[in-house]
Design a protein. Sequence first.
Length: 291
Amino acid sequence: MNTSEVQSSASDVQQWVLGAPAMSTVDRSVPDGVSAPDLAQYCLMLGDDALVLSHRLSEWGVRAPELEEAAALGAIALDLLGEARILLHRAGEVEGVGRGEDSLAYFRTAAEFRNVRLVEIDCGPGQDGGFSATVARLLLYTAWRVAVFERLMRSRDAVLATFAARSLAGLTRHRDHAAQWVIRLGDANAASARRMTGGFQRVWPMTGELFTPHPVEARLADAGCGVDPAVVRGEVSEVLDEVFSVARLERPDPTEFGGFVRPGGRDGEHTGGMEFLLADMQYLARSAAQL
């Protein structure tokens, strides 16, 4: 194999990791009339959501209630990590300052992350959470994400539209997996139902942020590139109502569902747990960079 063939092979491997072969024919230019900084920030928001939740789910390791579920949570975490890589790569590409997905993941401070705070709070397996809180969060997140991505498939940004279309089936499986666990735990017995209710009480105060548009989201929605999250509130509420009904659980106070006032995670304002999460997630990469 000559030098050019080796370089071509290496390039193909890198593109495969980033999912580029399937998207290699997609127009990667910024659509006319769209702010490149806004588009980069929007991709960062969506990518940070997936990256941080992936890390939280990976913390369960083999400590889930069943080995099969440990494998399932690991698979979901891996899917989310794949989403994060593509979105962070797109953010760096549009930003145009040479930052790749690794740099964005491992060498930013908490104030530079733009994820919603729902994904960063500790829902277990430590003392601040439990499995019921984990599946409650997963249901809320995926129900919201599915509704957003169904609309993002119509984005004027070809990369986002293609990415959303190819991510939707996996997100739907994750949503249904979480819903099945909520129903299983809620409908088992009184003690299990109390734990499941407690899980929702842990994460419910964070739901309002999901449906409160950041100015970047609002501008990109107007430009036909992004999604105003406020428009999916009713759709997500219907999904949750159905799950709560089948699980025979009482839905938490619906007023909190839309009762969020910025600033929040989209503005770089995070919970106290975010610093610890990043210290764990970024330690090895930062240590290696100092060698």
